[in-house]
Design a protein around this ligand. Sequence first.
Ligand code: ATP
Length: 248
Amino acid sequence: KTQENLLEVNNIEVIYNHVILVLKGVSLSVPKGGITALLGGNGAGKTTTLKAISNLLHSERGEVTKGSILYHGKTVQHRDPASLVKAGVIQVMEGRHCFEHLTVEENLLTGSYTRTASRAEIDLDLELVYSYFPRLKLRRKSQAGYTSGGEQQMIAIGRALMSKPETILLDEPSMGLAPQLVEEIFTIVKNLNEEEGTTFLLAEQNTNVALRFAHYGYILESGRIVMDGPAAELRENPDVKEFYLGMS
Ligand code: ATP
């Protein structure tokens, strides 16, 4: 069966400060209901790609100078990030930004700000988030700044869920986390994908874990996609093994 592509990035170029060419023609497709991984080392352009999609480059003096980005077949360029959230796309930024002085629950509630939902609906959404992240429920009244790195990553994803997204762009969820927590976070991503049907595009340097949980992967090197394929095939590819999985 052919899968509908929710998001299509066609041959985009991104330039920072009018001169630094960082993406040199990147194309990728994100099928509805899938987990798609964007892999590559430090500085390959993963974050830039996600920010191009969610229109967050302006504040960094970055600009998409070529190509197109379509969501549900419609261009998303020049839409502000808030209207993209309304359209169903939300980005969870690298570095687990949370409001340190607010409680865990208050952080989650900030995620529903773009919606006009009743308190009863919002309470149901909170319960849904807590059902996926029982740790956050236990710590709901704690100040977010005092929670662990893993819990802060959970807050960041949980807050995104509060906007009822169709698609989550997840930037480097494994960053700085112990292997067991990385496993826990990715398992939750998989559960959300399977049970809520949430579509994911995730940027990861941790190729090993990403290819175990994703359905499809793209490998980015110096602003170009150098390889792509079903995750199971990439895992068995000799070049991927040698250069990205550390098992030469
Ligand atoms: P990381 O894992 O470090 O986030 P990445 O693959 O996400 O890596 P990007 O953050 O997209 O990579 O960066 C790609 C390139 O663009 C890097 O060479 C980086 O130095 C450069 N770059 C990023 N942001 C800017 C900016 N605001 N101005 C100029 N150059 C930038």
